[in-house]
Design a protein around this ligand. Structure first.
Ligand code: NI
Length: 246
């Protein structure tokens, strides 16, 4: 259930049977020539929403304005500073706790959110907070490996694009039908968590916005299978998180 589609008496009743909530976190940034600007937010929101429905939980409005400084040289990217993001998330956690929510589960879809979110968590020692990215789960990774192998890459990945193809939009690949430059193991190790360079340099290095990801391999059927795996993994991880908090 979406919190923003509920009434306050419904939230009041919910809090008598559960103290948990899921908060999706994504980004607003370029995702290559065929990936939607909202890809990360849409993936996290879709998975979190369906997982929440399956376990009778509330899902909070998506955190879509987040840090993505390296993509600012591409039109459509809206990056906020880590400082602003952390301060906003800390206020949100604080408000949720004040309202009586006790277990806050963040479902992430954007690598650059991880460090800031962990720093926010450290401001609430003792609170039941959990952070997962939708690709953390083995069942999801099996599919990513099986469908795309090394072409999953790092940004504008076929898996995330396939997910948005299910419920949002399919964009024709055009020139992105050609595979991107393949990344070295060293590059991948040095840049995990979206530790990329300055905007102009990043665009120069990856002119069409794909970072080692062959986005055009995505299909809606694969997206549906990845979604199903992610939804069930998140639902069971969330239930386990709540059980631990009780
Ligand atoms: Ni992404």
């Amino acid at each position: 259930m979406r919190l923003d589609h509920a009434t306050w008496p419904e939230v009041d009743t919910y809090l008598q049977r559960s103290r948990g909530i899921i908060v999706p976190a994504g980004s607003t940034e370029q995702h290559g020539p065929m990936g939607l600007i909202g890809t990360d937010a849409l993936c996290a929101e879709t998975i979190a929403g369906a997982a929440a429905d399956s376990v009778d939980a509330f899902v909070a409005p998506t955190l879509a304005y987040t840090p993505a400084p390296f993509n600012m040289a591409f039109p459509g990217t809206i990056s906020v500073s880590e400082e602003s993001f952390e301060s906003l998330v800390a206020d949100i956690v604080d408000a949720l706790l004040q309202q009586g929510f006790e277990s806050v589960y963040f479902l992430n879809g954007h690598g650059a959110n991880l460090q800031p979110l962990r720093r926010v968590f450290s401001r609430f020692p003792g609170a039941a907070l959990r952070l997962r990215s939708w690709w953390d789960f083995e069942s999801v990774n099996d599919l990513r490996r099986r469908y795309y192998g090394e072409w999953e890459g790092m940004h504008a990945t076929p898996s995330e694009i396939a997910i948005t193809q299910v419920r949002h939009r399919v964009v024709e690949p055009g020139a992105a039908d050609e595979p991107p430059r393949k990344l070295s193991r060293d590059y991948i190790d040095a840049h995990s968590g979206d530790r990329h360079g300055a905007p102009e340099q990043h665009r120069q290095q990856f002119p069409d916005g794909r970072v080692g990801s062959h986005s055009a391999l995505a299909t809606p059927d694969q997206g549906a299978a990845i979604l199903e795996a992610a939804i069930s993994a998140v639902a069971s991880d969330y239930s386990q998180f709540l059980a631990r908090a009780e």
